[in-house]
Design a binder for this molecule. Structure first.
Ligand code: SF4
Length: 185
């Protein structure tokens, strides 16, 4: 029986119970980086929600941005792209359009200090962060990795793929999406 998002949230919640974090709605510093998914049904669900929720004009802009970023990331290569900032195409006024079905990687980010998250996004060079920020950034990354492994161990693995690349691939597999969006580029 596949894990539901409620199951996944409960597992993650059990790991972070009792801790206090700075994460809140409208804070989206962590939504400017690459996101790796391993279960492709998550991408299909994200597309379904985005399509149902966005206006036709916003959906066209979303599809175009997904494809543009996917091409740019592929051209750079994942390792090089990781050092750059990529505003998630699903962001709307710093809020996730598909929050309830956001990827496991997004659910795994917990920060005690939003200033550290901002510094991480503003400085491409880790060495430019203060010692405290480096420690906090490392803690965020290590916890996110542990949580993702814990969840992924309990789910079907289709293979790791970056969010924009997966969405672009799924859009290409579904000609209806392209026609509706009017952006076949
Ligand atoms: S999917 Fe949602 S939570 Fe994840 S990076 Fe994009 S906007 Fe942020």
């Amino acid at each position: 029986m596949p894990l539901s998002w409620t199951d996944i949230d409960a597992l993650i919640e059990a790991e972070v119970a009792g801790e206090r974090f700075a994460c809140r709605a409208g804070c989206a510093w962590c939504c400017h980086q690459l996101v790796v998914l391993t279960n492709w049904d998550d991408g299909r669900e994200i597309l379904r929600r985005a399509r149902a929720r966005m206006s036709p004009a916003r959906y066209r802009q979303f599809v175009s941005e997904v494809r543009r970023q996917a091409r740019a990331i592929e051209a750079l290569g994942h390792a090089e792209a990781e050092g750059r900032r990529w505003p998630c195409p699903l962001l709307d006024n710093d809020r996730c359009t598909v929050y309830e079905v956001r990827p496991v990687a997004c659910r795994s980010v917990f920060s005690r200090n939003a200033d550290t998250c901002r510094a991480m996004m503003e400085h491409e060079d880790f060495a430019a962060l203060t010692e405290t920020q480096q420690r906090e950034a490392t803690e965020i990354g290590e916890r996110a990795f542990r949580l993702q492994v814990m969840i992924n161990d309990r789910r079907r693995i289709d293979g790791p793929v970056e969010l924009r690349a997966l969405l672009a691939r799924l859009l290409n597999e579904d000609p209806g999406s392209g026609r509706e969006s009017g952006t076949e580029d």
